[in-house]
Design a protein around this ligand. Sequence first.
Ligand SMILES: Cc1ncc(COP(=O)(O)O)c(C=O)c1O
Length: 395
Amino acid sequence: MSKLWDRIHDELSTRHETKTYNNIKILGSPQGAYINVGGKTYLNMCSNNYLGFANDPDAVKGGQEYLAKYGVGSGAVRSIAGSQQCHIEFEKALARFKGVEDAILVQSGFQANTALIPTIMTADDAIISDELNHASIIDAVRLTKSKKYVYKHVDMDDLKAQIEKAKAEVPGIVLIITDGVFSMDGDIAPLDKIAELKNNYDDVYLAVDDAHGEGVFGDHGRGIVNHFGLEGDVEFEIGTLSKAFGICGGFIGGKKELIDYLKQKARPFLFSTGLDSAMCGAGLVIVDKMEKSDERVKKLWENAKYLQSELKARGLDTWKTVSPITPVIVGDEAKATDLTKALFDEGILVSPIMYPTVAKGLARIRLMPSAAHSKEDLDKAVDTIEKCAKKLGIL
Ligand SMILES: Cc1ncc(COP(=O)(O)O)c(C=O)c1O
């Protein structure tokens, strides 16, 4: 025996005992309103495929065409092997869609935070982060030598106090960073108030991670910055392609010179191979569809509002959400696991969210409605959740 293997074994045993072990499902089908798990069809209420693009036939065709044109691999990091034309085309399309001067693609939304934050921040600077920011922001902040400050969730008085403190304590710049839409609760950052506050100071800048805002908020799903009309006020936009865009990858949007700088210096860009051509080909089709029609965005909101009002009508607690992210609070961690399992047995897939992802006592299941769902699908989900919650003593 060794300390290492004991540690790993003990952690796994604890998870099994406390019903917090995550049994990751193996899917035999593409993402969609219904998916196949072990040969059986399940109603899928847990993917971030907001607009139903993950298996869009035109996007699949776009990916196939670019695979045929550019091959399956991009060869090496772009700074060595070169950018393929499809990378540049897709970056331009994303910049146009988001209303920024330029964009840089990286391998994921997680990597986008790592590509931006440690690259622009120095030991002379300060970073002020919302306490409920996503893990990828927290990890990216840890990679910097900047002084770190955390403000109470969406609390503008505390943010002001932290800005004053940081301005007094560091000689360099101050970066405020926040999720646009908070992924566990579904509430949003008061970006208008944050921008107003930071504009009172010199050298205070704002970065927004728009992972759950793109395709959801703003005109045609252009995102949370567009929703608040703050283009030009937010210096850095971090995006992911893995949610509403339905594919995989991440990007940063901003001024041309920022993107040029990141292509010279950002470590995930310099030391990790470029996105594959299929993502670029599919992504271009998806951005084009989003620009031409907002039907899917409207359907997503119609579904989200219907789902949330039906859950509330049955006495279920959807917490603070103002977005399609739909938590159903159950409180106890084991109950979240039990409810997830009961729903799975009834043919519905949801994700349990518990400590340490959310605070102890606020365990929940999280439902993700999509434009791909029908009203009947949502009725089925609500009826079954109500039935299982009653059986388990949650309702
Ligand atoms: C706010 C936020 N940022 C970044 C990410 C990571 O995105 P990706 O899956 O593209 O790495 C997520 C995904 O959960 C997220 O919610």
